[in-house]
Design a protein around this ligand. Structure first.
Ligand code: ZN
Length: 104
């Protein structure tokens, strides 16, 4: 059975962050959002022995919640979400630093 949490490394996701920043000028709000995502990765990545990974389902939920908070342009939100072929969170919740948070 495939383990979903290991399907995308933190490095790869951080690469995507830099891609967005380098591709076009981004506004202050989007910049703050990207920093939040970066901090989420740092808080929630864990080592599987040969690489750092993060739970994609939780990351996806976090991105959806935060992109609402920051009113992120749809193309940036979609940029991330299209790379995450997985469900959103776990039964309406996601984990952040071991705390269960409701997806709103
Ligand atoms: Zn998760």
């Amino acid at each position: 059975m495939e383990i979903e949490i290991a399907s995308l490394s933190t490095k790869k996701i951080e690469g995507s962050l830099f891609n967005i920043v380098n591709k076009r000028p981004i506004d202050k709000r989007t910049n703050e959002f990207l920093k939040e995502v970066s901090r989420f990765l740092k808080r929630n990545s864990f080592n599987t022995g040969n690489k750092e990974v993060v739970c994609l389902r939780c990351l996806k939920a976090f991105i959806i919640v935060k992109s609402k908070d920051y009113e992120i342009p749809i193309h940036i939100k979609d940029y991330f979400l299209s790379r995450m072929k997985c469900e959103i969170g776990h039964d309406e919740y996601y984990l952040d630093s071991g705390n269960l948070r409701k997806i709103r």
